[in-house]
Design a protein around this ligand. Sequence first.
Ligand SMILES: *Cc1c(COP(=O)(O)O)cnc(C)c1O
Length: 386
Amino acid sequence: MKYYHPLLLTPGPTPVPEHILHATQLPMVGHRSSDFEAIAEQAFKSLKPIFGSKNEVMILTSSGTSVLEASMLNIANPDDDIVVIVSGAFGNRFKQIAETYYDNVHIFEVEWGQAVSVPDFIDFLKSLNTEITAVFSQYCETSTAVLHPVHELGKALNDFDSSIYFVVDGVSCIGAVDVDLERDYIDVLVSGSQKAIMLPPGLGFVAYNNRAKERFNAVETPRFYLDLNKYLKSLAEHSTPFTPNVSLFRGVNAYAELINAEGLDQVVARHYAIRDGLRQALKALDLELLVQDVYASPTVTAFTPKSKDELNYIKSELKNRFAITIAGGQGHLKGQILRIGHMGQISPFDILQVVSALEILLSEFRNESYVGKAITQYMEVVKAYV
Ligand SMILES: *Cc1c(COP(=O)(O)O)cnc(C)c1O
């Protein structure tokens, strides 16, 4: 057997830095004690810059989907008309949640792999000819590796009808993008712990502006664990309404320390440099990219191998021979694409590991030498960052 250093490159969960792991393994404290209050106070506050939020960020002990659901149940009343942009598997999840609770759900379909066209979307809203309460969209649609133009969308929505709440699922990009609720016209921005925030799975985050906070209180849709008013009330007391994952709250604070040490701007720049380098590398390997450059996410990259056999060979050999885990496609893209996650504490040089493994595997599979080709392209891009 030959040894290769394991590398987890799925678009969540992501590798957890040691600094965070250590923090999560400290001795337990009572969640109704002053020990926890100090941890929680810091955690709510330390997430503000990451989410571009003036208000402290709520933390729920549950996975990302729970805050997608919470963002809907606390913004829309049962009879409201809501709009969901569906551009992939996670847009579908928003749609499924919406259809579970609401009758007046309007779906704006975007071809998978494409970003939402803002003018087309506004035309769609006009064509509905009804009062819309809220629009729900992914920021990064993880299943296709598209980063939607959220600022342009928020601005256009605000120009169209500023009373509409704009709710954004940032589970797979918050921590790796420059976002600002006010600048980007976002009312509610949700995320989870196990993606770019590089914690173990298990926490959901909700950032919100003041008008969203008022709205949470006015909405009458039934909800219990996901009633954000409970979390807001507790947050003011540096606490949580139900038993929190104390360990992961400590992890949040350790995460914020890492981000502050590196600088959020640098963290974002690193993700973009890796994205740009990896895209050039994949092109050099004659692998087709699913998403056009302008809408490519800094956290995950999707590509299309030349055949199903090639796809299966890449995925299984990366895992079984080189200990590198990447992801397949979801929904109808299953068996069509592969996705490399590159979010969290990934160094530009870590990506050389997967790029060189791909050179070897494709040289074998296609009987043609790619050795050195993709790495050269990768380094040509990344040298400007390092
Ligand atoms: C992963 C993900 C989710 C769901 O998160 P879970 O933690 O699996 O519930 C929601 N939206 C997006 C965009 C994601 O990438």
